[in-house]
Design a protein around this ligand. Sequence first.
Ligand code: SF4
Length: 288
Amino acid sequence: MKITFDNRKSMKIRYSGRSSDYITPSFGWGCLFKCTYCYMRRHKPSGLSIAKNTDQILQAIQDHIDTLGRKKPNQTHSQFWTYDISCNEDFALHAKHHEWRKVFDFFKYNPTAFGTLATKYVNKDLLDYNANRKIRIRFSLMPQVFSDILEPNTSKIVDRIKAINDFYKAGYQVHINFSPIICNQGCSDEYIKLFEQINELVDDEIKSSIQCECIFLTHNTKMHEYNIQNGCSDSESILWQPERQESKTSSYGSVNIRYKRNLKSTYKDFFLYLLDKHLNWCNVRYIF
Ligand code: SF4
């Protein structure tokens, strides 16, 4: 897998309002993992571009922070403006290629901003760093039976769950990212098993600090065709469920496939019911 070190040209900071308030310019573009539901497989099918102008990106973030007024509390954070540093890659997986300590230090010592990243990789190198709860790691979790097919080579789900304790102890804030949530025949049993496993493995003393975000599967026709052409029909038997899905234009203007509106509403309610039943200590930051 080719890794290139490039000057990132776009310093655009996008509004998110979901996992974070804003999304930073891409420290990395592309991913060494190849999750079959991930849009990055189409945008950058091979290789990984690492930004070598880290300082310039951090300055762009600081300039953006300086335009913001006082933070109004919201579900992303009650006190700090939140920035996702890992939108088009898995920053934790690629950390050794990044100046990750410099990026983490920027947020750790910033009086008004807070960094966050989702990951499917347990990178123990990051444990040798005390983020003073100014970096939030969001471990992505789904039932292992789906992960085996959809997320090849990523850390085992049980290891991601155990890592919640280790990363919390090291000084990170840790949340759970249930994403993408799959709603197929029989999936609720798998989610119940997952929730029971989380309840058993997360240390009781940190449970009240762990929150979650819940994001239902988004797919699209081009991705479906790409997967079929690239030998991922097993994945497509999970991801492509036309009888349950419909087209919808995303807030970024692309046409995606999502669970049908009325079904999704039922799925959301049921997912929240299961969460409340099995993980009632885990506050849901948002679900969509
Ligand atoms: S780890 Fe994240 S960025 Fe990488 S392929 Fe999977 S979903 Fe995409």
